[in-house]
Design a protein around this ligand. Sequence first.
Ligand code: C2E
Ligand code: MG
Ligand code: MG
Ligand code: MG
Length: 274
Amino acid sequence: KAAKRGNAHLCYFNEEMEQQLLREKTIEDCMGGALALGEFQVYYQPKYCMADNEIVGAEALVRWQNKDYGFMSPAEFIPIFEKNGFIVELDFYVMEQVYKMLQGRLERGEKTVRISINQSRLHFAQKNYIERLNELRDKYGIPRELIELELTESIFAHMKDISEMVDKLKANGYYLSVDDFGAGYSSLNMLKEISIDTLKIDKDFLSGEDKSGRYQKVIQKVVELANDLNMDIICEGVEREEQAEFLQSIGCMYAQGYLYAKPMAEDDFLQLLT
Ligand code: C2E
Ligand code: MG
Ligand code: MG
Ligand code: MG
């Protein structure tokens, strides 16, 4: 009986894996076409100064609406694109859309804010990464202070030569932030060695169960550390008023989260900004 149950379990598991592989295959089959069809869209989520509710920046977040499969979440397709390398092209596509938006605003003399763009770790293995970045920035004539690159924290744990790359990016005028700080690979060493401009505290950190107040103490220390190191600090995933109050009480003044605004289409974002 037990063996039978075991078998059934095994089959179920295989079926699920097969479904998963099929889904991946489907996504891979349509990703190139999706770029050409303009199915990828850039959404923007504003970042706020909590003290005065001013928008101080925004993060560009990719969205995919496929003609056959509908809406797909970045949480699903980004890991697949990181496996097959397509993320390198997609990130540059997102960057170009952001630059087009900024160029238009600048030409019309309209208000702009710094936009942060997520960068996959795969870029760091590309020889011409910085040249490509600079080329695009020059092509659209985007001022340096309007561009920020978000590097996820896991990059720092997994790559040896990262501090060299960070120095190069800084020397080329890129404003840098560590994304998802505290999500699992944090290393204080990283803070010691690497000249990053901003720490983004991961949303899971803030939303975790906190009966003993330990999370709050840890966040408070991280904020102090960032201040001592002259880094800016922002918290993502701020959903509730009491979280915003707590953050301000410990000296973290910037937030990104549903409490303030969800990621939104470009038109909506530009309207909000104006
Ligand atoms: P991330 O860079 O950490 O982006 C923040 C994520 O948190 C976004 O999810 C955003 O929609 C979500 N978020 C913001 N505020 C709240 C909140 O108050 N509550 C909750 N529960 N969630 C909130 P999204 O857009 O689904 O993106 C997921 C991840 O996919 C991103 O995490 C980023 O790692 C990756 N990603 C998105 N766009 C790109 C891209 O263009 N290039 C690359 N390489 N990665 C991207
Ligand atoms: Mg990010
Ligand atoms: Mg993040
Ligand atoms: Mg995150």
